[in-house]
Write a protein that binds this ligand. Sequence first.
Ligand code: DAH
Length: 339
Amino acid sequence: MKQQLEAIRNAAEKELASVKLPAELENLRVKYLGKKGELTAILKQMGGLPASERPAIGVLANEARTFIEDHIAQCGAALKEHETESKLSNEKLDVTVPGDRHKIGSRHPLTIVLDQIKDIFIGMGFNIAQGPEVEFVEYNFDALNTPQNHPARDPQDTFYIEDNILLRTQTSPVQIRVMKSQKPPIRIIAPGRVYRSDAIDGTHSPLFHQIEGLVIDKGITMADLKGTLDGFAKSIYGEDAVLRFRPHHFPFTEPSCEMDTRCFVCHGKGCRLCKGEGWIELLGAGMVHPNVLRNCGIDPDEYSGFAFGMGLERLVMRSFGIDDMRLLYENDLRFLSQF
Ligand code: DAH
C-alpha cells in the first residue's frame, strides 16, 4: 500500500505539471481526490489492514492527500495568473495609433462675423439684448416715431400677422423693449433676424440679420456715437480704416447719419465692390429722438443717447468677398466648407 500511495503521488505530480486549462485541472482533482478517486479508493482499503500498520499508512495517506491538494492549488493559481496576463496583453491599447477623426463641421460665415462683432462690443462694456421676431406693430413702428403713413408700413414691404402684429422689419424695436424694462445707463447690442416682403435676388432676401445698438445715459453726445462706431470699425477693418459720417434721415433718431468706410479694395479710387463710389456704407445711426425716449418713459431733458443699426449680411459679404447673398442661405457644403 505504501508503494501504491507513492505511485499515486508521483503520477499526480507528473500529470499536474502538464495541465494547461482549468477544466483539465478539475478532471485531475476528481481523478485523485474525488469520491471515486484513486486516493479515496486506497483509504477505503485501510480497514482491511492489521491494526498495527494502520497508523503509519494513515500518516502516509494524509501526506499524499496534502501533497496533491497543494499541487492542485498551486497549479490553479498559476493558471489564473496566466489567464490574467494573456487577457491584459490582448486588451492593451496603443495610444500612439492615430484616432478616427470625426467631422465636426465649421461655423457659418454669418456666425463668424457676428461673434467678432459681439466680442468687440462686449469689450466696450455692452450687453447682448434680445427681442421677439414676431413683434407688435407699435414697437416696430409707432414707438419708434414712425408715423402711420410711413412707406415702411406698407403691406408690400412688411409681413403682417394681424393688424397689430408683424414679423419685425428691423431690430430697432428691441430698443423700445430695453428702454421700457431697464433704467439708464443702458449699453446694449441686439443681433437678430428681421423680415421684409422682398423678392429674393443677389442682394435681397425676405429674411436677413441686423445688429442694433443703443446707449442711453446722462450727457451722451454725437461725439460718443462717433468715438464708439469709429472704434468698432477700426477693430473690424484695421486701425488704418478711414471713416466718414454723412447726414441721413431715420424717424427714430435726430440728427441721423450713415457711416461709410473708405473702400478697402480700391482705397477710394472706385471699383466694383464700392460701385465706383470709393466708399462703402456700413451702418445707420443717430441720436435717439426725444419722442422715442418719451414713449419709453425716459425724460429727454435728463437723458440722451445714440443708436445704430447695421445689416450683418452686407458686412459678411464684404469680409469674405461673397458676391451673392443667396449663398449664405442655401446650405451648399461646397460653399460652407470654405470657412
Ligand atoms: N433700423 C434701421 C434700418 O433697418 C437701421 C438703423 C438706423 C437703426 C439708425 C438705428 C439707427 O438704431 O439709429 O434701416
